[in-house]
Write a protein that binds this ligand. Structure first.
Ligand SMILES: Nc1ncnc2c1ncn2[C@@H]1O[C@H](COP(=O)(O)OP(=O)(O)O)[C@@H](O)[C@H]1O
Ligand SMILES: [Mg+2]
Length: 230
């Protein structure tokens, strides 16, 4: 028997209005098995972030449905929240906590064992060692982005949803992220990411191509060709 998809949408319409007519792209049909990596690719404004917001429950569908591990998405559900780690554009940090305190709070709040050791490893992996005592407001935009990425990996997760995680990362850090995402998938974590980065698309097993006229499930190789032609 095939296992329940980590993510599945059928006839999913996403957008910011009230009716299906206001959807920002055609209906989205996609199925992502556990441990797979989906690269969501498309021009700016094609609907990638909007789709991801529906996947994480920040935006209700205008039509169709979206399920995570066989359950309709409901971000108010504790089980959903504990399974899904996100790095979205609009993520906020606690303003009064240092980088290290922020990561520790998340790890401890989620009941992670050896939270302090894990935070030390992640601070190092994401190049924040020298800035771990800094307050979020004192970080550069790249450092802040790296803190938010690290925050996704200090907590339990079965599905990782990342919106253009390559933004504001230098080439070395992108390589590290690719390595990290491969390891996540090898550990059974499903990765769903909007990206324009060829190396990240290369770490995916599946692709979803958004254009004004169509939404297509395809292979990473086709998504790469699309990015290169943009
Ligand atoms: N908060 C919002 N309210 C209304 N329209 C929005 C909002 N965010 C994005 N849009 C519009 O929805 C469309 C898809 O945007 P988005 O999903 O952000 O695209 P992408 O992530 O692929 O660049 C665009 O036309 C954009 O202008
Ligand atoms: Mg976007």
């Amino acid at each position: 028997m095939a296992s329940t998809p980590a993510l599945r949408s059928q006839g999913l319409l996403v957008g910011y209005g009230e009716s299906a007519a206001t959807a920002v792209c055609p209906p989205i049909d996609v199925s992502v098995p556990p441990g797979a990596g989906l690269a969501v690719v498309g021009a700016n404004g094609s609907g990638k972030s909007t789709f991801l917001r529906a996947v994480v429950g920040l935006l209700a569908p205008l039509g169709g449905k979206v399920e995570v591990f066989g359950r309709e998405v409901d971000e108010r559900e504790a089980e959903f929240r504990s399974a899904v780690a996100t790095v979205m554009d609009e993520d906020a940090a606690f303003p009064a906590l240092t980088v290290r305190e922020h990561l520790l709070l998340l790890a401890r709040g989620h009941g992670v064992a050896k939270a302090s050791d894990l935070v030390t490893e992640l601070v190092d992996e994401f190049g924040l060692g020298e800035r771990q005592r800094a307050m979020p407001a004192a970080l550069s935009s790249g450092q802040r982005r790296r803190m938010l990425l690290a925050a996704a990996f200090v907590r339990p997760r079965k599905l990782l949803v990342l919106d253009e995680p390559e933004q504001r990362l230098d080439a070395g850090m992108r390589d590290r992220l690719v390595t990290r995402l491969r390891a996540e998938r090898a550990a059974g974590v499903t990765v769903v990411m909007a990206t324009h980065d060829p190396a990240l698309v290369g770490a995916a097993s599946h692709a979803l191509l958004l254009t004004e006229s169509s939404v297509r499930s395809t292979k990473p190789a086709q998504a790469l060709a699309f990015i290169e032609a943009l």
